[in-house]
Ligand binder design. Sequence first.
Ligand code: ATP
Ligand code: MG
Length: 501
Amino acid sequence: MYFRGRQYEVIFRNVFTNVQYELGKEILTLSNKSLEENGSGMFIQRIIGDTRTISAIFTDINRYMNGILSNIGIIVSFFVINKPMFFFVIFSLIIKMTIETKRINTYNKSEKEFRTLNDSLTSFTGEIVKGAEDIKMLNSEDSFLLELRKRFTALNEKKFKMENTKYNYYIIGWNWYSISHLITMCIIAFSIKNNTLTLAMGVTVYHFSNRYSNLIFNITNFQELIKRFNLSTSRILEIYDNEKLPKETFGKKHLDKVKGNFYFQNVTFKYGKNKVLKNLSFKVKANETVAFVGKSGAGKTTIFKLLCKMYDDYKGSITIDNTNIKELDKDSIRGNITIVSQNPYIFNMSIKDNLRLVKADITNKEIKEACKMACLDNFIEKLPDKYDTIIGEGGVNLSGGQKQRLAIARAFVQKTEIILFDEATSALDNETQTKIQQAIDNLQKDYTILIIAHRLSTIKNANRILVLDDGHIVAEGTHKQLMRNCKEYINLYNTEIRKKD
Ligand SMILES: Nc1ncnc2c1ncn2[C@@H]1O[C@H](COP(=O)(O)OP(=O)(O)OP(=O)(O)O)[C@@H](O)[C@H]1O
Ligand SMILES: [Mg+2]
């Protein structure tokens, strides 16, 4: 038992780890739409709960199989000792199994719904934990707790109903057990009276008759285990093969070094029914610096996302170096484009490790260099653990501007030919912004840089400014040209840009 126990643990752990890893890998291949349309709870529960259920089968199955096999011998001995008893045991088994199968099937159906409800509750609790700071500042703990209680109550009610059905079946099963016990005693008594069984054998059969209920117990548990296994497997396989969760698809063509000649040609794109880009066309030449301006919600970030192929259900075509991005493989696109996004995600690890994520073999010198360029080195050097300081989930220990600067440092580490800055300096003070702008300016000419910005100092340095309005580019040119002939730009300048510098 000692060795078996150890072996089971090894099997369980290995299966659990492998299935979790494979599932995690699979989730990362899902398209952005699949991830956005489903709450995080659905994925978390599958990675944590369902993988555990399916891995546990390898240890549990053994336990029940042992129980089943060792008790089958009893039925065989009944056949040898007393035929009426044998036929009754078979009959009793069939009745009990019918009841149990019905119970398990009913329970399993409700359990499927229960787990879906549980998925959404996990998403919600996750949101409460992540948004705890905002909830406190909004002073709205009560309404969140009320909502949480409501959801827990709905989940519990579902569970109570399920358990109720289960106990109804149990009552039928227990009654049948008592009846079958009585019948067993009658059969033994009659057999002794008819001299087909000695008294000693009668006592033995009675004693063993209790054990065949163990067999039923093991068989039904086994059935239940299989059902739970099937449910968890189907939930996991849903992620692998589901029309509602499309995967990202990439072409086969590989470009080693992309220069950065972009061409958006009549691109139309919508999020659900919301048409964001309408017949949008523009060109960017390699090593050019282009700024995008437009009102909030105009679709600037969306353009960057399409360029990185985060969505591919758009009309029209997007090409990089004259190759349609739909033909390119993943590395050609994402390995050649660095994006500093509007809300960069900083991971709960040290500063060093956050930078190592984008370049595994980075040296300490390179890390320092990148942070200096992003004006973050001074701040890091003042921290007690310097570059080994752990940053907290989502970068909670950092200010908005420090987070942005770390994201910029990450981009400087990755330093691909194409760099996209999405309002990367919006949270910085003028002095820091100027320094970083200088670093970005130093990259110009050798890199293709696209910048979304609201500051004149940033956009003035660009070779060209593209003005986005109502889903398409309404004008392009330098600041001076646009101030002369583009009313959307003038409007934007007067309401936003001028105030920021
Ligand atoms: N994932 C999404 N799902 C659905 N709609 C979205 C999604 N992302 C953006 N949108 C919508 O698309 C429109 C364009 O959004 P986008 O983020 O591209 O705007 P933006 O120009 O970058 O604005 P801002 O200057 O405020 O960052 C908005 O109306 C927004 O509500
Ligand atoms: Mg944006």
